[in-house]
Design a protein around this ligand. Structure first.
Ligand SMILES: Nc1ncnc2c1ncn2[C@@H]1O[C@H](COP(=O)(O)OP(=O)(O)OP(=O)(O)O)[C@@H](O)[C@H]1O
Length: 280
């Protein structure tokens, strides 16, 4: 078997939660060691589903998910356990324990892991909090911190056990522009400082392009529209890619669900050329 460069390979994967509706349709993506790779796409195109397949939460219908040369098999519990110990995951909105302090939130995975002395836990927690600039906030309660700080605490918690792979699901959701760019820079910094491999699912193209080494653009119907470095994708002449990157409401990817022209439906004018996109 040829040795692949990629740490994680999604190889011609097709998947649906139920047989009547395919979410991913013969998709192939590669995640290179040490790199930050963004998976970009609108709501519902299957980005989170991809992360779940990598974590072995569901079995693929066809194709393969390969982690470090080993095909993920959801029925092999011992393999899944080994795999998941190598993955760190930051879920959408972080999900911190609001009744615990900042310190205890970051300490949580370390205590779960077991076998670490209190002194070691303390040192690791303070180092991780220092990396996200919040060592001084260790004693605060989660209810006392801002949304941007909460995201940084969740980042510190996601990397507490120094995972080889860090998966972020919508790390920028609900953040103001400054917190967004702080979070983006931290994702890059944590990747480089720990030598990890980062997968980042998002619909924030600009933020991801600032820090990603490589990006995949996904569209509805579970297909990969394009992939490349942010520079390559930014220079693409492909209409679908250009629309995606510029966030334009009209183009090959339509903003409007098919409908009769608005004026016609409101009884304001005789049926005319399609004006759906022009009014919004
Ligand atoms: N557990 C589930 N059971 C059945 N259908 C699901 C389940 N989870 C997600 N879906 C459906 O699968 C599709 C893809 O969802 P997914 O969460 O992967 O999309 P996404 O690209 O991450 O979107 P978002 O950015 O909105 O989170 C959606 O239509 C969703 O309704």
């Amino acid at each position: 078997m040829p040795l692949s460069q990629a740490l994680i390979e999604i190889d011609h994967v097709t998947f649906g939660y139920d047989p009547s509706r395919r979410i991913l349709n013969d998709v192939s993506l590669n995640f290179q060691r040490g790199q930050v790779t963004a998976i970009l796409g609108g709501s519902g195109c299957g980005k989170t589903t991809l992360l779940r397949l990598i974590g072995g939460v569901h079995a693929v219908d066809s194709g393969r998910v390969v982690f470090d040369g080993e095909e993920v098999n959801v029925r092999d519990k011992a393999q899944l356990y080994r795999l998941r110990r190598r993955l760190g995951m930051l879920f959408q909105f972080g999900a911190l324990f609001t009744d615990l302090s900042v310190f205890e939130n970051v300490a949580f995975p370390l205590r779960e892991h077991g076998g670490l002395s209190e002194e070691m836990i303390r040192d690791i927690v303070l180092m991780k909090l220092n990396a996200v600039g919040l060592r001084g906030a260790a004693a605060l309660r989660i209810s006392e911190v801002s949304g941007g700080m909460a995201r940084r605490i969740a980042l510190a918690r996601a990397v507490a056990l120094d995972p080889e792979v860090i998966m972020y699901d919508e790390p920028f959701a609900g953040l103001d522009p400054i917190s967004m760019s702080v979070t983006a820079n931290l994702i890059r910094k944590l990747n480089d400082a720990t030598g990890a491999t980062t997968l980042m699912v998002s619909h924030d193209v600009q933020e991801c392009f600032l820090i990603a080494d490589y990006a995949y653009l996904m569209a509805a119907g579970g297909r990969v529209v394009a992939h490349g470095t942010p520079a390559e994708l930014s220079q693409s002449e492909e209409p679908e890619v250009r629309q995606f990157i510029r966030g334009e409401p009209d183009g090959p990817v339509r903003f409007h669900y098919p409908a009769a022209p608005l004026a016609e439906q409101l009884g304001l004018a005789a049926p005319a050329a399609d004006t759906q996109g022009a009014t919004l």
